[in-house]
Design a protein around this ligand. Structure first.
Ligand SMILES: [Zn+2]
Length: 347
């Protein structure tokens, strides 16, 4: 026995009945579990109501099947759209009072890191601390005597010119180097002295790829009986090998008002190992610091007997050192506070 053919009118009436029940049931679902139960009842692939309706398509007269199929698909799409709308509305972030969607992927946790220039300063302090140095600090606003006079600058030295130095008042400058702390240390403490002096200094320099008007400096001072250039060379070579890994150093004669003799120290370029590259300007060497034996006039201006005591000093720019160490082409990158750039050097 075969069933009597289903009329198109009966079929569309079944579709309306289906839609008339399914849509309000979906809208009434109050959470994800309820919605899933409704979905299974009406749209489930195994036993859902829609599945039964699709089976009834076969009972239609062949001439009615195209129209019935189109009506069926239209209702199916409308109910599926209603379901999707409700599903989005029920996601936890959309529910009033919900704080967050626990199914969202976790966000990356940002943590702070030490700036590459501060890393250089911290490592220097650590290396020199092992050699018996202590840290000394001093004011950034100084009298011209501390900044220049006590350090054997002649009265007409060009560094004292308004072009190079920032004057806060006639008798007050922003220190152009950390060397005034040498004077303050010599005035305040009797030898033997071994100090490391980190701090910011200020100059009327342009802000370009290799200059900044405010920058950090680290200075060292040793004063004792019997100190010679050999002490300077041995200590700074030891420092270079500790800081850069085993490397070669060379000392070139130089001139500073506060040291005599004076020398600049270079280390072998860590990028090309001496063959010449852009970082070392094809020389194979990177200049790291200036140094020299403390000029007797500097000792005397602070009341230290230069017949009894000798000493050596050095000064270094940790920003330049950070550039050389990481092959950074422009010093301004160290001032931009762009965490995408700085994060590369986090330890
Ligand atoms: Zn090089």
């Amino acid at each position: 026995m075969t069933d009597a053919p289903l009329s198109l009118q009966d079929f569309t009436s079944l579709l309306s009945q289906f839609h008339g029940e399914a849509a309000p049931a979906i809208d009434a679902a109050s959470d994800a579990d309820a919605l899933e139960a409704v979905r299974t009842k009406y749209l489930g692939r195994a036993h859902g109501w829609l599945k039964d309706l699709s089976a009834k398509l076969g009972q239609l007269e062949k001439t009615d099947r195209a129209a019935a199929g189109a009506a069926f698909n239209e209702v199916r799409l409308r109910v599926e759209a209603t379901l999707e709308t409700r599903r989005v509305a029920l996601t936890p972030a959309r529910v009033a009072g919900a704080l967050a969607d626990p199914t969202m992927p976790a966000r990356r946790q940002w943590t702070g890191a030490v700036h590459p220039v501060t890393q250089v300063i911290d490592e220097m302090i650590e290396i020199f601390r092992e050699l018996g140095f202590t840290v000394a600090l001093g004011p950034e606003a100084e009298s011209p005597w501390y900044n220049f006079g006590s350090l054997n600058f002649p009265a007409d030295h060009p560094a004292m010119d308004l072009h190079d130095t920032l004057y806060l008042a006639d008798d007050l400058v922003l220190r152009t180097h950390t060397s005034p702390v040498q004077t303050r240390t010599l005035q305040g403490y009797a030898p033997p002295i071994r100090v490391l002096i980190p701090g910011n200094v200020h100059r009327r320099d342009p802000f370009d790829a290799s200059h900044a008007p405010t920058f950090a400096q680290v200075e060292g001072l040793v004063v004792d009986e019997g100190i010679t250039f050999a002490d300077l060379k041995a200590t700074l070579t030891h420092f270079a090998n500790r800081f850069f890994g085993k490397t070669k150093t060379r000392f070139r004669p130089s001139y500073f008002p506060f040291t005599e003799p004076s020398a600049e120290m270079d280390v072998l370029c860590g990028v090309c190992h001496g063959s010449g590259c852009g970082v070392c300007k094809q020389s194979g060497w990177i200049e790291i610091l200036g140094s020299g034996l403390v000029h007797p006039a500097v000792l005397e201006s602070s009341g230290v007997d230069s017949e009894k005591y000798t000493g050596w000093a050095f000064g270094m720019g940790p920003a330049r050192t950070a550039l050389a160490r990481h092959g950074i082409p422009d010093i301004r990158l160290l001032y931009d506070s762009d965490v995408r750039f700085l994060g590369q050097f986090a330890k």
